[in-house]
Design a protein around this ligand. Structure first.
Ligand code: C2E
Ligand code: MG
Ligand code: MG
Length: 733
């Protein structure tokens, strides 16, 4: 397309842009050629000539004329064949061609148009007006070119936007649409018009009726609307989502004359929206609804239950010992396990038809059930509607049974169990937060009762949980404010009854509740991690006291401190011991650490490594509560420990239970064979002392010798004990 614009006024025809346009004049009559040439050149056109159709084709290629004046009848090739050939050639499709025919030759005029002539002139030609005719034809061509360009730009823009347009003028009888409409709707591009059926032929079956109904209605209501639906085959992979805009058009009198609109392919946008929705509402690992979606469904369940006056339950699940699977098999295996668990949960919940209200209601009820993952190993099952709150127990039992079955992960058999807490609307809470919190509290309580079970929420549990939370806070404050104290319980040698050591035992007197049982507060400290600062304090206080006794002139003996496995997991016990020894100045050989077997159960190699580091520090190590663990005895020979402390459980009935006596004797023999020394704890009677002496147990500790004592009491007890032994020796002489 040329950029030069044609002048608007006919007066400007003469000499306007004279060099711009090339006219090819084809005629076998030399006189006609001459006359036309002079007239056209005077008007500023460049003229090239040919004397028959064949020459004209050559000139068309060589000169690229802007317009052709073509005589009809010529030798070699006539004007009709030449026009037909030019129209088929590149660049010839839209070229203006003025056909010259005989005055009366109507047949030629018709044929000329049939072959593609743009206009005709009859002989004799008025050469004076010829340039005007040429000029107007060129202008018409330019307008047509501009229109074509604009159409093609519109088509490109529509293609880029994936937006097609359409219209219908006669009450849904015939529709017209753009090329892009065909593309978006999946129709053949050549088809641009058709009935409402062909207009909607690509709409998927499930959407067809609703689109048809709404489209027909607009011809009656004359109200604009838009809607989204799918086109393509009814197969999700090849379907595309489109948005249809429909607008009525009104004439000046306000009558709806026709309906028009657009259709846009919004597949990518809806896919992206879907993805965003999935990220926001689904858990990535398991594909289950996440916390956000659970809360939405919970809100829906609440509204529904309030309206229908029904109950529903929340089951809060936690996998027992899931951390071990992650630690031993790796995170990928952990993820795989979570996926398998969620599949099983979905099956149980899907099959939970026993809790639905009635068979009619079943489908609806099932949709109310939700399995969600909160994160980690925590899942929540929302049982949408129940006959009775108690039905949740049956579901919980089935869940526990199904989850408890073994899993195969990377060819390894894995077992997990689950602990479940249940809260029921409306008894256990009237809003999402409360119901979730109470199900969590119930789950926590179920864990405390021993894992792999379920527990309903109750007020008692809640109060216990509250009391526990405040106990935790108080214990934290007591540790920070140095409110704990130490008691010391002596250990004696069974050969000469001399004091060989003191065990430091932590004590806590609660501000309002009085003394708290150590078993209770040590458990809380272990569960909350407070055992780390607590243990650090005990180590320091015990070492200091021992050093003070030595400095006061007492014959040195060892001080024993209990250490919990949690201090190894969460703290740095080696540093703590080192620090306690350094600050007190105590000889490391006088510090003994009492560890329980559980430390070695989980990871024996790590346990051995830790004991080695303790040996490097020069301290002694004993295994506390020996005999109550579940470990095999074979690991004992690998452990660099010094002493076994037989649990008081076996000492209690030592005199009356031959079984206990046999166990105690075996432990002592075994320990001696391994080169270890043995102490018995919980010795309460002279008889027990006697038996232990006979069994060649090395040391004893218990109420028979002394209860745990405060440091002042212990100082006094030690002095008295020395005097007693002295007087025994004296009387022995
Ligand atoms: P344990 O280390 O086995 O301590 C022995 C427990 O038995 C002590 O209870 C002691 O008072 C009690 N006992 C001593 N002789 C007798 C007896 O003849 N008969 C009976 N029936 N009991 C006797 P306590 O002080 O209540 O401590 C309980 C447990 O709490 C300890 O068991 C220990 O595991 C833990 N514990 C105490 N203090 C600490 C500490 O500072 N750190 C850590 N990690 N644990 C501690
Ligand atoms: Mg102990
Ligand atoms: Mg013990």
């Amino acid at each position: 397309m040329r950029e030069t614009e044609l002048p608007n006024s006919s007066l400007a025809v003469q000499n306007a842009h004279p060099q711009t346009y090339t006219i090819l004049h084809v005629d076998d009559d030399a006189a006609s050629l001459l006359l036309a040439e002079s007239s056209l050149e005077d008007a500023g056109f460049t003229v090239v000539q040919a004397q028959n159709g064949q020459e004209a084709l050559k000139q068309f290629v060589d000169q690229s004329p802007d317009l052709i004046i073509m005589d009809a009848m010529m030798p070699v090739m006539d004007g009709f064949d030449a026009i037909a050939e030019i129209r088929r050639s590149p660049g010839g499709e839209y070229l203006p061609i003025l056909m010259i025919t005989g005055l009366e030759d109507l047949e030629s005029i018709t044929r000329a148009y049939d072959e593609g002539a743009t206009d005709f002139l009859t002989k004799p030609i008025n050469y004076l007006t010829l340039p005007f005719r040429v000029r107007y034809m060129l202008r018409a061509k330019q307008t047509a070119d501009a229109l074509r360009l604009s159409e093609s730009k519109l088509d490109s823009a529509q293609r880029i936007a994936r937006l097609g347009h359409w219209e219908c003028q006669d009450k849904a009888q015939e529709f017209f649409w753009s090329k892009e409409f065909s593309r978006v709707m999946g129709l053949p591009e050549s088809v641009r018009t058709g009935s409402i059926d062909s207009f909607l032929s690509a709409v998927v079956n499930r959407d067809k009726q609703s689109v048809l109904t709404r489209l027909l209605r607009v011809f009656e209501t004359c109200r604009a609307f838009n809607m989204e639906f799918c086109v393509g085959s009814d197969n999700e992979a090849s379907e595309r989502t489109v948005r249809l805009e429909v607008h009525p058009h009104f004439d000046v009198r306000g009558c709806c004359t026709h309906v028009f609109g657009t259709v846009q392919d919004i597949t990518e946008r809806t896919n992206a929206q879907q993805q965003i929705h999935n990220l926001a509402y689904y858990d990535l690992v398991t594909g289950l609804p996440n916390r956000a979606q659970l809360y939405e469904r919970l809100e829906y369940a609440l509204k529904r239950a309030r309206r229908k006056n029904t109950e529903f339950a929340l089951l809060f699940l936690d996998l027992d010992h899931f951390k071990q699977v992650n630690d031993t098999l790796g995170h990928d295996a952990g993820d795989e396990l979570l996926q398998q668990v969620s599949s099983r949960l979905k099956v149980v919940v899907r099959d939970t038809d026993s809790v639905s209200r009635s068979p009619d209601d079943e489908e609806e009820t099932k949709q109310q059930h939700t399995v969600a993952r909160l994160g980690g190993d925590e899942f929540v099952v929302l049982l949408g509607e129940l006959n009775r709150g108690g039905d949740a127990a049956r579901v919980a039992e089935r869940i526990a049974a199904v989850i408890g079955k073994p899993y195969t992960i990377n060819d390894t058999k894995v077992s997990v169990t689950t602990t479940i807490g249940i809260s029921v609307f409306p008894m256990d809470g009237g809003d999402s937060e409360t119901l979730m919190k109470h199900a969590d509290v119930a789950m926590y309580h179920a864990k405390e009762q021993g894992r792999n079970g379920y527990q309903f929420y109750s007020r008692k549990i809640h109060e216990a949980a509250l009391a526990r939370f405040s106990m935790e806070a108080d214990l934290k404050a007591a540790i920070e404010n140095n409110e704990l104290t130490l008691m010391f319980q002596p250990k004696v040698d069974l050969l000469d009854h001399k004091v060989v050591g003191m065990e430091a035992l932590a004590r806590w007197t609660h501000k309002t509740n009085g003394p708290v049982n150590p078993a209770e507060f040590i458990k809380i400290a272990e569960e909350t991690g407070l055992i780390v600062p607590l243990g650090r304090w005990v180590l320091e206080a015990a070492c200091k006291q021992m050093q003070a006794w030595i400095e006061a002139g007492r014959e040195p003996f060892s001080v024993a401190v209990n250490c919990s496995p949690v201090q190894f997991e969460r703290g740095n016990i080696i540093d703590d011991i080192d620090h306690a020894l350094a600050t007190s100045g105590l000889d490391p050989r006088l510090l003994e650490v009492e560890l329980t077997e559980s430390l070695f159960l989980e990871d024996i190699e790590a346990g051995i490594e830790l004991l080695r580091q303790m040996k490097v520090l020069g301290i002694h190590v004993s295994v506390d509560d020996f005999g109550t663990g579940f470990s095999s005895l074979s690991y004992l020979k690998r452990l660099p420990v010094d002493k076994l402390k037989i649990d008081q459980l076996f000492i209690k009935d030592l005199e009356i239970d031959p079984g206990d006596a046999a166990i105690v004797l075996s432990i002592i023999t075994l320990a001696h064979n391994l080169g270890l020394s043995v102490i018995a704890e919980g010795v309460e009677t002279e008889g027990q002392m006697g038996m232990l002496e006979r069994y060649r147990c090395n040391e004893a500790q218990g109420y028979f010798i002394s209860h745990p004592l405060s440091s002042e009491e212990a100082t006094e007890w030690l002095s008295n004990r020395e005097l007693q032994l002295l007087s025994k020796q004296v009387s022995g002489f």
